[in-house]
Design a protein around this ligand. Structure first.
Ligand code: SLL
Length: 253
């Protein structure tokens, strides 16, 4: 089917791009409250959409619309270039609607995300964090998947022309998707290790996968033990029935 841009789609290909969205907030320093902040405001905060490890994502993300709570003047804020973020002051937490608009070449419709703005520390040592006026970070790693992108957008995403259709050979020996991706540096690679500015890495992902596998093993063990207990109880019940002379009928529920 022809796309909105009249471009052909790259069949059978999905391209994903990672990004991070979320917020950072901090209680005002009582000595240095921002001058223009209304008296009832207590925090400064920032909501953002950015590349993992600060990578530039503007080659696929055209603009971001942040819809703040109605208590804010001009609560719909559209950011047309990076950094895609809004800095504000306030007193309350609320849900922020984040609408991602893709570059026009993509022919893709905008996508909406929601983020809960967090102002107050949470977790086990929330009180100590509050006293230290620690920055409250609430952010998520996300991946956007472009299924069968149109040719032109595929080129933009990867930094090279679409792969030749099956059976059609490229011109040079060095042609092909891989070489072009390396040349342009446009790929979905995330760093191997985390850094103070960026917690998302292959190592962190592997740790999380190990944690999930461990949790799965724990749940499997719990199910096994529960089943064994059930078998034991059923045996006990059958023995009691027999000793009390109750017929061993199983009622249908
Ligand atoms: C709450 N449901 O009650 C939320 C609403 C509103 C946040 C939070 C200040 C806006 C302004 C502000 O922080 N609004 O007056 O400039 O917690």
């Amino acid at each position: 089917m022809p796309s909105a841009t009249g471009n052909k789609r790259v069949r059978g290909i999905s391209v994903f791009r990672p990004f991070v969205f979320g917020s950072e907030a901090q209680l005002f320093d009582p000595e240095r409250k921002p001058e223009n902040a209304p008296p009832d405001h207590t925090h400064q905060w920032r909501v953002f959409v950015k590349g993992v490890n600060g990578e530039d994502i503007s080659y696929w993300l055209k603009k971001v619309q942040f819809k703040l709570h109605e208590t804010y003047a001009q609560n719909v804020r559209t950011i047309e270039q990076p950094p895609f973020e809004v800095t504000e002051t306030g007193w309350g937490e609320f849900e922020i609607q984040i609408k991602l608009y893709f570059v026009p070449e993509s022919g893709e419709k905008p996508q909406t995300l929601w983020h809960s703005l967090k102002l107050h520390p949470y977790g086990p040592d929330a009180e100590a964090k509050r006293e230290r006026r620690e920055v409250v970070v609430s952010q998520n790693y996300e991946e956007i998947v472009f299924n069968e992108p149109v040719d032109q957008f595929y080129d933009l995403l990867t930094g090279g022309p679409s792969p030749a259709p099956p059976g059609v050979k490229g011109k040079g020996a060095k042609g092909g998707k891989q070489a072009l991706q390396q040349r342009s540096g446009r790929s979905a690679e995330i760093p191997l290790h985390e850094s103070p500015q960026n917690p998302y890495s292959r190592t962190a992902e592997n740790k999380e996968l190990d944690r999930l596998a461990e949790a799965n093993r724990t749940v499997d063990q719990m199910i096994k033990e529960e089943k064994e207990r059930l078998v034991e109880r059923e045996k006990k019940l059958a023995a009691l029935r027999e000793s009390e002379g109750v017929p061993a009928t199983t009622k249908k529920r």
